[in-house]
Design a protein. Structure first.
Length: 368
């Protein structure tokens, strides 16, 4: 690892416009850790590499691991219809057609509930017709996951069960949370904590018990495509709107530890891990198409080794955690702003220097 190149790449992300960014890169037994910028733009408090951070959809890998453990024990069938387990939540023909695997890999055809839970986002995916007003109005609202699931299930379908490409939807993962509860008798959060977080030996990873992050943490500055200017701090927020789809808090060290142990076959079996790496096309929230497996996706450059992991966003915060297929090289990155791209006259997000700076940081972290 070239620590000077990593330091420079991290600083370039800050200079490109991110208030604060911190990361851990590992290569075998060696580790580089770095932080640049401010955790609080009003006080100038610096970010530090050990800060807790909302990791967004990285939570989905944890939820999937808990489901796969139950599948290994014969308590869940990945290719069984979800209607067999949760007939009241996904009734009738859809419940019979949508399998547990389709929920995990986003090929269920179930719609995203988010635009229905947040009224000012109802125009999604047409971002230019949205407003961030709901983020303020509903900052402290305690959502019931069953209520959110109903919004997604009753909304117009976005595809046929098992169809390609799939469409990314948090509704899928809230259903997986209810499935965990149905099978184990525990809350989904307790099941994931006991069987995944503790098994991985993570000391700074947890589901939130309220709207506040435990210290130390950064503020989280949401820009919503330039509609919030200057970006507003949303570090205090009730995360029930995303639950086991995206509410975990963690550290870059814990994220690296989790994916290292997952790739080593210490969280799920090697057979389950192989299934996690079977990918297909999925349309993401931003309209791009990604290759997505069972809560893992690949990153690679031509002629270079493949990395596996996941990324996540919440209001004001973003993360990425990736590990090389051989388990030796890793990166985990956290930044305290989101949706910095402004929109053109057609409502299309435009490239921003942050995009290029992050891409370079990832390249240096993965390949040196």
């Amino acid at each position: 690892m070239d620590s000077e190149a990593l330091d420079a790449a991290l600083e370039n992300v800050r200079r490109a416009g991110v208030p604060g960014v911190f990361a851990e890169v590992r290569d075998g037994d060696r580790a580089w850790r770095g932080a640049a910028g401010e955790a609080d733009v009003e006080t100038g408090r610096p970010v530090t590499v050990g800060m807790r951070h909302r990791v967004g959809s990285i939570t989905k890998t944890f939820t999937t691991a808990a489901v796969l453990q139950l599948a290994e024990a014969g308590r869940i069938g990945l290719d069984m219809p979800i209607g067999r387990y949760l007939p009241d939540l996904v009734p009738g023909e859809r419940g019979a057609a949508i399998t547990v695997r389709m929920l995990i890999n986003h090929t269920s055809g179930l719609a995203e509930y988010l635009p229905y839970a947040y009224p000012s986002l109802k125009a999604l995916p047409v971002v230019s017709d949205t407003s961030p007003q709901s983020m303020d109005d509903l900052r402290f609202k305690r959502f019931d996951p069953v209520e959110l699931i109903e919004m997604g299930v009753t909304a117009p379908a976005v595809g046929a069960p098992g169809g390609a490409p799939g469409v990314y939807s948090n509704t899928n993962y809230l259903l997986l949370g209810r499935l965990l509860e149905h099978v184990t008798g525990m809350t989904a959060e307790a099941c994931i904590t006991q069987n995944v977080i503790k098994r991985a030996g993570l000391k700074d990873t947890e589901f939130p018990s309220g709207p506040h992050l435990r210290e130390p943490h950064s503020q989280l500055y949401e820009a919503w495509f330039g509609m919030i200017d200057p970006p507003r701090d949303y570090s205090v927020f009730d995360m029930s709107w995303t639950g086991v789809a995206g509410s975990l808090t963690s550290t870059v060290a814990d994220m690296n530890r989790f994916y290292r142990r997952l790739m080593a076959g210490e969280i799920v079996s090697p057979e389950s891990l192989a299934q996690m790496q079977v990918t297909g096309p999925v349309v993401a929230h931003d309209g791009t198409t990604i290759e997505y497996g069972l809560a893992l996706f690949p990153m690679k450059e031509t002629g270079r080794p493949t990395f596996w992991g996941n990324g996540g966003t919440v209001w004001g915060g973003g993360t990425l955690a990736m590990i090389r297929a051989d388990g030796e090289r890793q990166l985990a990155v956290a930044l305290n702003t989101q949706r910095w791209n402004r929109l053109d006259s057609s409502g299309i997000p435009q490239p921003h220097p942050i995009d290029a700076a992050l891409a370079e940081l990832y390249r240096v972290a993965m390949y040196g």
